[in-house]
Design a binder for this molecule. Structure first.
Ligand code: KIV
Ligand code: ZN
Length: 515
């Protein structure tokens, strides 16, 4: 077993995070997040569930071929097809891991799998051995461990380790556990399983009772040395343990913990913004570590105290998690090199000169409309470029809206659909409503609008508005994003982006299909 004082961080934003309704991401978006995670020095990136769809396979394969410093992991049920597909997707990885799982709680075994406990043990052992044919880095999870019988868990885990699993992940799949109870489960498993020293023990906690981080930390105190978590706590239902909270709790409370992560925590805010921008899931202002108010002091007494001595009211330094001053970085006279350098400082890199040229052209357009350009503007500008994937069938060409007191607003929209220009007009209860109706009159997606939100990226009336549009059609939920200083244009871009995502294929859910 490797360094016992190191706490491994396994990020599952691209897999469990993507299981949040509406959080599906394109291959390009996943790759950008994977690169940001690698830069933050995350140990393991769970890149997806390769059997789910050809898109998922492709994304895992591309990430495995690109990422060099983090281990890239693919999820597989304890099934031949899943494991072989994961093995294939990870073939070219510098360091690859297969994560295979099967449910062990009485309710899952009986109602979902229709298998006896003996069959589950046999299948688990078989799956680990099969995965070992592809890599010696195999993780095994007894799904719903949080509601499984402890004796049975000991049995299945011991056999999984004997079969070659090098990481044992204990998931609280439904977020049912309490910290002391979960810590005891981890402690007991590690003490009672005779070969437990041959594997790293990991935890994977869901946040249904708001306890995912507390449960993970309690388990670390009892010996777990890998935590599975996601940026901003994204994930199935109420989400997973939030990476930034776990990492900063351990780093800040070194008086309590006997381990620490290798993470470069100054990358946390950049990663948080990137994930929020791509998925369209905003971060609440009072969210620990990454919320806009996390380091803001409103009360006079607190402000006075912090000015006299920062530690009166702050237990962490804002700059240690990547908060920078909201400073004016550039304007319309800034050159291409300064633009590129600042983006690199923000952790944003480009694949090709063509991409830089495109982003720089967009920056100049923005600088014509907006006097001061802040870091947040640059991040939105690059994300906005990322939203418009090259293979989008529908593109916004132009938009004209008319809004006047006492008159019904109307919109004229020109789209390019499969490289052919079409235009449409509509009235609506407001300019955004009119623009969406005009777009629908041309593309007739028939999708239901589930959410529309606008967020000002910086302060000031010339701020860019970042819009999220959530559409639902035939069971598929997608989020589209758009940013612009004109919020009607940002809204139209977001709507078109969502429509393009709806056109991309459906995926299977890892826990929704029976073994
Ligand atoms: O929550 C869960 O049990 C999972 C497993 C696949 C590890 O996500
Ligand atoms: Zn999960």
């Amino acid at each position: 077993m490797s360094n016992p004082d190191k706490l491994y961080i396994f990020d599952t934003t691209l897999r469990d995070g993507e299981q949040s309704p509406g959080a599906s991401m394109t291959k390009e978006e996943k790759l950008r997040i994977a690169k940001a995670l690698e830069k933050m020095r995350v140990d393991v990136i769970e890149a997806g569930f390769p059997i789910a769809s050809s898109g998922d396979f492709d994304a895992v394969q591309t990430i495995a071929r690109t990422i060099k410093d983090s281990t890239v992991c693919g999820l597989a049920r304890a099934l031949e097809g899943d494991i072989d597909r994961a093995g294939e997707a990870l073939r070219d990885a510098n360091s690859g891991r297969i994560h295979t799982f099967i449910a062990t709680s009485p309710i899952h075994m009986e109602k979902k799998l229709n298998m006896t406990p003996d069959q589950v043990v046999e299948q688990a052992v078989w799956a680990v051995k099969r995965a070992r044919k592809y890599t010696d880095n195999v993780e095994f999870s007894p799904e719903d461990a949080g509601r499984s019988d402890l004796d049975f868990l000991c049995r299945v885990i011991e056999q999984a380790i004997a079969a070659g699993a090098t990481t044992i992940n204990v998931p609280d799949t439904v977020g049912y556990n309490l910290p002391e109870q979960f810590a005891n489960t981890i402690g007991t498993l590690m003490e009672r399983i005779p070969n437990s020293d041959k594997a790293v023990f990991s935890v994977h906690c869901h946040n249904d009772l708001g306890l995912a981080v507390a449960n993970s930390l309690a388990a670390v105190s009892r010996g777990a040395r890998q935590v599975e978590c996601t940026i901003n706590g994204l994930g199935e239902r109420a989400g997973n343990a939030s990476l930034e909270e776990v990492v900063m709790a351990v780093r800040t409370r070194q008086d309590h913990f006997t381990c620490d992560t290798d993470l470069d925590t100054t990358q946390i805010v950049t990663c948080s913004r990137l994930v929020s921008g791509i998925t369209g899931f905003p971060v609440q202002p009072n969210k620990a570590i990454v919320g806009a108010n996390a380091f803001a002091h409103e009360s006079g007494i607190h402000q006075d105290g912090v000015l006299k001595n920062r530690e009166t009211y702050e237990i962490m330094r804002a700059e240690d998690v990547g908060w920078t001053e909201n400073r004016m970085v550039m304007g319309k006279h800034s050159g291409r090199n300064a633009f590129r350098t600042r983006l690199e400082e923000l952790g944003i890199t480009f694949e090709s000169e063509e991409e830089i040229n495109d982003a720089f052209r967009r920056f100049k357009d923005l600088a014509d409309k907006k006097h001061e350009i802040f870091d947040e503007d640059l991040q939105a500008l690059v994300s906005d470029a990322g939203f418009r994937a090259e293979n989008e069938r529908v593109k916004l060409v132009s938009l004209r809206v008319c809004s006047e007191t006492g008159e019904v607003p109307n919109a004229h929209v020109v789209l390019s659909v499969d490289d052919r220009e079409v235009s449409g007009d509509s009235s609506g209860s407001g300019p955004v409503d009119a623009a969406f109706k005009a777009i629908e009159s041309m593309i007739q997606s028939g999708a239901e609008l589930q959410l529309y939100s606008v967020n000002a990226i910086t302060s000031g009336t010339d701020a860019q508005g970042e819009v999220t549009v959530r559409l639902r059609k035939s069971g598929s939920i997608v989020n589209g994003q758009g940013a612009d200083t004109d919020i009607v244009i940002a809204s139209a871009k977001a709507y078109v982006n969502a429509v393009n995502k709806l056109n991309q294929g459906q995926r299977a859910h890892p826990q929704g299909v029976q073994v």
